[in-house]
Design a protein around this ligand. Structure first.
Ligand code: MF3
Ligand code: CO
Length: 277
């Protein structure tokens, strides 16, 4: 979500089994929207063209883009290139070899939001950046492993921080956090990507969390572009972002979003390199 919501004091909204199935549909539609963008990722395409194909796909499938007009955000997607962490504007940037593309998409349909981000590597990418992407993606799953009834938000946060910062020496962004998800795109609780085990809210069946590590190759500090939205790494080194929507159950975490189709489309596009190299 955006910069930490100091006023996020509202109650956690627990979802029924029926509501979870409606949400799953919105979350899966986000993955399919990613696929539409992946299919046209090639040299010469602009990030605005990626945005537009996603927006058209969402509307054609009976949804609306969650981000557009949210607190005045002007586009259907956030496309954060290279040193941009999150909330980048799509625009005239032409994809070129070496680009790192964090694409974040939200879909609102049947009263519920889905929200999922994935970072793509375009063309020739350094080993250093490939490793950042692998580790950031894996850190999301390290967090998800802790997303179980009885655990606490701090257990998720700690697992992500341990894996990225302590184990691999990357910078975990502090100012931006994951969030509850449901009838609103941002619900309580906040889900930081750093913190202590055993702290913060207790996880209960029916909670849905958007877990979204934002991890920098260099320093954890960020700065703001004067467009009012784009967040950049302070040292201008590359940043990565992966996001899943996860429902807390009595047993295994139920990941409502999916990377399966994204990964298949990524493999099928020879311009995208990292996860299958
Ligand atoms: N996934 C981001 C979030 O959780 C995207 C929000 S962009 C915004 O906040 F423009 F809608 F704020
Ligand atoms: Co989010």
């Amino acid at each position: 979500m955006g910069l930490i919501f100091y006023n996020m004091r509202e109650q956690i909204q627990y979802k029924s089994k029926e509501e979870i199935e409606v949400m799953r549909h919105s979350c899966l539609l986000v993955g399919k929207a990613h696929v539409e963008a992946i299919k046209i990722m090639r040299e010469g395409i602009t990030t605005m063209e990626l945005n537009n194909i996603v927006e058209t796909f969402i509307l054609d499938n009976g949804g609306t883009p969650s981000f557009k007009n949210y607190n005045g955000y002007p586009y259907a997607t956030c496309i954060s290139m290279n040193e941009a962490v999150v909330h980048g504007f799509p625009g005239s940037h032409v994809l070129k070899s070496g680009d790192v593309i964090s694409l974040d998409i939200g879909v609102y349909k049947n009263g519920f939001h889905g929200d999922s981000a994935y970072t793509y590597a375009f063309g020739e990418i350094s080993d250093e950046v490939k490793q950042l992407l692998r580790v950031t993606k894996q850190s999301l799953y390290e967090g998800i492993k802790k997303a179980r009834a009885g655990n606490r938000i701090g257990d998720i946060a700690n697992a992500i921080q341990e894996y990225t910062e302590k184990k691999h020496g990357y910078g975990v962004v502090r100012e931006l956090v994951g969030h509850g998800l449901g009838r609103n795109m941002h619900e309580a609780p906040q889900v930081p990507n750093y913190g202590k085990k055993g702290t913060l809210q207790k996880l209960k069946e029916g909670m849905v969390l958007a877990i979204e590590p934002m991890v920098n190759l260099g320093v954890k500090e960020v700065s703001h572009l004067d467009d009012g939205w784009t967040i950049l790494t302070r040292d201008r080194k590359t940043s990565a972002h992966f996001e899943h929507d996860v429902c807390i159950t009595k047993g295994e975490p139920d990941i409502l979003s999916s990377f399966a189709e994204i990964e298949a489309a990524e493999k099928a596009n020879s311009n995208l390199t990292w996860s299958h190299s």
